[in-house]
Design a protein around this ligand. Structure first.
Ligand code: HEC
Ligand code: HEC
Length: 159
């Protein structure tokens, strides 16, 4: 193969590769209905289970998502686009958005609980769960829903 033809071919290949790369980037940036949910499951499920958005009002999720660098002693900060996508998803499914009366019970509009486990509803539902039980090595935290509710990740909490 002559040098000229080789160069032309190389340029053509480079052009095609660059074009494909641009398409891939476009596809990644295109908002899809599940983008926020997928990011939520991946990012917010990295340290604990991804808690169901239906347990907290929108204002709580907005407060949590607005302060991820100081997240219960951890830095959970994400880039702006991911933060927005996750916030939109959480707000679209929040307790007050979907009118989850059970989760909202006892909360006044000024209350902005940053923990599900600090909501009046959660406290009432767990009034028979003693501190000794929570302290067991296999449980350790009230926020460890999965330790007591095997199907918590599926949103199943009965029994
Ligand atoms: C780097 C680890 C880490 C990441 C990532 C993380 N969290 Fe957390 N999160 C924690 C820790 C630690 C706690 C406190 C757990 C405890 O008290 O047992 C917590 C607690 C929480 C609680 C309160 C649980 C309760 O007690 O009711 C919520 C709500 C929460 N996280 C939401 C999120 C959301 C939303 C995201 C994603 C944007 C996220 N977390 C990502 C570490 C993380
Ligand atoms: C130490 C064990 C334990 C942990 C941890 C725990 N739960 Fe529970 N939960 C229980 C028990 C036990 C009940 C049933 C209470 C009763 O009937 O007396 C319950 C009840 C509930 C209910 C009411 C179910 C219904 O039928 O209406 C919900 C909702 C719930 N838990 C959510 C959660 C969430 C969310 C978390 C984590 C943030 C969590 N729980 C963590 C033990 C636990």
């Amino acid at each position: 193969m002559g040098t000229k033809m080789g160069l032309a071919l190389a340029a053509a290949v480079a052009f095609i590769v660059a074009g494909a790369g641009m398409l891939a980037v476009q596809a990644q940036n295109a908002p899809t209905p599940n983008a926020g949910k997928d990011a939520f499951n991946a990012e917010c499920g990295a340290c604990h289970m991804p808690f169901q958005p239906e347990f907290l009002p929108a204002r709580s999720w907005q407060a949590l998502m607005g302060n991820l660098s100081k997240h219960f002693g951890e830095n959970a900060k994400l880039d702006a686009a991911t933060t927005t996508a996750i916030t939109d998803y959480l707000v679209s499914r929040a307790a007050d958005t979907v009118n989850n009366r059970q989760a909202l019970q006892g909360l006044s509009p000024q209350d902005v609980p940053l923990r599900i486990t600090e909501t009046p509803s959660w406290i009432r539902e767990h009034r028979r769960v003693t501190a000794e039980v929570v302290a067991r090595p296999e449980i350790k935290s009230k926020a460890n829903c999965v330790a007591c509710h095997r199907r918590a990740k599926l949103g199943v909490y009965e029994d």
